[in-house]
Design a protein around this ligand. Structure first.
Ligand SMILES: [Zn+2]
Length: 277
């Protein structure tokens, strides 16, 4: 089976070099932040940076690079100023990704902070509709990531993502990223064939398997349903190796890029494990 496997790589040495490092580690896909994920300030990408990134993709033959949005973006926030900054940052992300010819942008749906979950979900959808209007000419799609549901984070139920997608005017612009660690922590078991099938069945019924575009493969330090988001290296956590073996050999997921976001010191080893499953 063809495996589309990669990891999250740092852009500290430039966007192009993240792609080259991924290739050296036998990846055929990767995820990056297109900017510092901890700050609001946006520096437009320089032309030579874009050119170097595009030529690194050509050199390595890596076609699929996935972007992950900044952690500061929170479209569910009840604060107007935070919503405004989040929308501006997301619009910039779309523009950078369009320039870099990146197809998918992965984003955590957001945290509602106070009030009701439903109000938070509505704010996400409304703000996304605004953003999509602003970036009609920028082709990337946005993938809502399944979350662990820590604090007031939304997206720990498949129904949350379905609620948002239902409210999106242009559904061609949205899809889903399934994170094994997050969904396990949210209560979706995947540790053996039977539980994995049940979870995928639910996903298909509520979200549609066709909307699954990217997977994050992470083991979990924390227990099933514990609602705590702590990634662990593959086979060393509460999920265990067999779940990853099932995923890596599932024909339905063959064409889905699979990205590791495990503790970085051992990610290289995790890549080897996945390639041999
Ligand atoms: Zn993730």
């Amino acid at each position: 089976m063809n495996k589309i496997i990669g990891a999250h790589f740092s852009i500290a040495n430039g966007l192009g070099n993240a792609v080259r490092t991924a290739k050296k580690q036998r990846c055929n896909t990767l995820q990056i932040f297109t900017k510092n994920p901890m700050g609001w300030q946006e520096k437009p990408l320089a032309k030579d940076e874009i050119d170097d990134f595009l030529s690194a993709k050509k050199e390595t033959g890596i076609k699929e690079v996935i972007s992950h949005t900044s952690y500061l973006i929170n479209l569910a926030s009840p604060e107007k100023q935070k919503q405004y900054l989040s929308k501006i940052a997301l619009i910039q992300e779309f523009k950078r990704c369009a320039a870099l010819k990146i197809k998918y942008i992965v984003m955590h749906p957001g945290a509602y902070i106070n009030g009701s979950e439903e109000d938070g979900l509505k704010r996400i959808a409304e703000n996304l509709n605004f953003v999509f209007e602003e970036v009609v000419d920028n082709p990337p799609s946005l993938l809502l990531e399944t979350t662990a549901g820590q604090g007031t984070n939304l997206g720990y139920k498949f129904e949350h993502l379905a609620f948002i997608i239902k409210m999106i005017n242009n559904k061609n612009r949205v899809g889903v990223c399934f994170d094994t660690c997050h969904s396990f922590a949210a209560g979706y078991d995947i540790r053996d064939k039977k539980s994995f099938e049940q979870t995928i069945k639910k996903f298909d019924k509520i979200l549609g398997l066709k909307n699954l575009r990217v997977m994050h493969l992470n083991d979990s330090k924390k227990t099933l349903g514990g609602r705590i988001d702590r990634h662990q290296n593959i086979g060393n956590g509460e999920i265990g190796l067999s779940a990853f073996k099932i995923i890596m050999n599932d024909k339905r997921m063959e064409k889905i890029p699979k990205i590791l976001e495990t503790p970085y010191s051992k990610t290289q080893n995790d890549l080897k494990i996945l390639l041999n499953l």
